[in-house]
Design a protein around this ligand. Structure first.
Ligand code: SF4
Ligand code: FE
Length: 467
């Protein structure tokens, strides 16, 4: 398994076409807007070599018969699903942000199942590719979300809004289109494109699952902006080391050889893929988000201490509320993973209802916790001057007497970063829309809940069936 320095070095070997603020970035690894997100991915490699976390962060792969980083692993036994969520909480705490590697992991598992349903050839191609990923310990960018355009129109009516096969040649396919909100794409080794929604007969050209290097000819990446991203790498960064990343990936006639095309027009397996991925990833949020929230709770408690109000009953009550809500999210993520079942293909799958309840809670609960953190932080979270001002030779001392010292400033910056700075991208907006917007979970819940059994219980207790 790769070490963190080996991972970072491997990123330098790529010939990535990445644009940030309109400029082509020659060296993403040292770019101040990219490096914090690379550091967060690197933490997944560090943990795999940390004796305290090795058991959690790695697993023996029966598929390859080697020890692998958990982010390249299949959920081969029920416990793997639970360990995943526990590992995500540890990494969420360690980085305070999104460490980007879970979309690939959840995608690998979903595609293992989908290709098994698609047939022997597709599955063999996929397994062969996956073994290579495990051996090389790669970061896989799981690319699902299409632009989608006008939601009233199907893909055929607006083909540019969906990644699609535009040509078949030389034993492969040519892809054109875009994928949006690509978590950690610029920090990855390969892109695994997958359909983002179930398609209908006649829409086969939009059903493609395939893998390609991130620097394949025709791929252009454009980094998404984040609030306060101009402060990254500076003294007022908020999170001193880590950050998240979302990228728009443009595919301009990218050739993919047939050996790396795993789904090509198979409608039913593609629908399985979308559902399986959604379940896995909605439970994943029950790991990383509670880890991030732990950091916000810690910062809030420390600020309360600095303000001399840690023992005030209403402050303690708010901190308890923050912890209670955080454990609620984590508890459902664990429950979805514990109430698992095995797919005939081999991997274990989460409980769909609980996974969707988990993610649906995530569209609400972090917002309430951020509200409490802002309450506890006080107004200075929005008005604190820069550290450069606090250290100013002329007025710094007087300023520090007025607004507090560096410790308070840095904690307030962290709360600011997580509440409405760059860290709010994974902690708030991604909580809303990542792994599907809230309505997507309600649709799955409505479809999966056994309403009639509930009706029968009510009838029985109301005495309606005895008359
Ligand atoms: Fe992993 Fe969470 Fe980031 Fe998704 S949002 S990639 S689950 S850390
Ligand atoms: Fe996400």
């Amino acid at each position: 398994m790769r070490t963190a320095p080996e991972y970072i070095d491997s990123l330098r070997q790529r010939n990535l076409r990445l644009f940030v603020d309109g400029e082509l970035v020659r060296d993403p690894v040292s770019h101040p807007k990219v490096r914090p997100a690379i550091n967060a991915v690197a933490a997944t490699y560090e943990l795999a070599h940390d004796p305290a976390y090795r058991e959690l962060a790695t697993a023996h792969s029966a598929l390859s018969n080697i020890r692998v980083n958990r982010f390249c692993h299949l959920f081969e036994e029920p416990q793997d699903l639970i360990r995943k969520v526990e590992l995500q909480r540890v990494l969420g705490r360690l980085t305070g942000t999104c460490f980007q590697r879970c979309v690939g992991m959840d995608g690998l598992n979903a595609l293992f199942i989908a290709t098994w349903e698609a047939g022997k050839d597709a599955h063999t191609r996929f397994v062969q590719w996956l073994r290579g990923v495990q051996h090389r310990d790669e970061v896989i960018c799981g690319a699902m979300t299409d632009a989608k355009g006008d939601r009233r129109k199907r893909p055929a009516a607006q083909p540019d809004q969906f990644l699609r096969i535009v040509e078949r040649r030389d034993g492969g396919v040519v892809l054109r289109g875009a994928k949006l909100h690509q978590t950690g794409a610029a920090n990855s080794h390969q892109i695994l494109v997958m359909p983002g929604m179930a398609m209908r007969p006649g829409e086969e050209e939009f059903v493609v699952a395939a893998a390609m290097p991130v620097d394949a000819p025709g791929i252009t990446m454009v980094l998404g902006r984040q609030p306060s991203d101009g402060r990254k790498g500076g003294v007022d960064a908020g999170n001193a080391k880590y950050g998240g990343q979302e990228v728009v990936v443009l595919f301009d006639d990218v050739f993919v050889p047939g050996s790396r095309v795993f789904l090509d027009g198979e409608l039913a397996p593609a629908a399985t893929l979308v559902e399986a991925f959604a379940g896995y990833h909605r439970a994943s949020y029950g790991g990383c988000k509670p880890g991030n929230l732990d950091v916000l709770i810690g910062a809030s408690r420390l600020l309360a201490r600095l303000h001399g109000v840690e023992q005030a009953s209403h402050i303690r009550d708010k901190l308890v509320e923050m912890a209670h809500l955080t454990e609620t999210v984590h508890g459902v993520g664990l429950a979805a993973s514990a109430r698992s079942h095995q797919h005939k293909a081999g991997p274990w799958q989460v409980d769909q209802i609980l996974a969707n309840v988990c993610k649906h809670n995530v569209t609400r609960i972090p917002y309430e916790i951020v509200r409490l953190a802002e309450d506890l932080a006080g107004g200075l979270v929005a008005t604190m001057p820069s550290l450069a001002d606090l250290q100013h030779p002329e007025f710094g001392e007087q300023l520090r007497r007025a607004v507090g010292g560096e410790e308070r400033a840095k904690l307030l910056r962290l709360v600011e970063w997580m509440s409405y700075g760059a860290g709010a991208v994974p902690l708030r907006i991604e909580c809303m829309h990542g792994a599907g917007s809230p309505q997507a979970q309600r649709i799955v819940l409505e479809r999966n809940i056994d309403w009639e059994t509930r009706v029968q219980h009510a009838r029985r207790l109301a005495g309606l069936d005895n008359s």
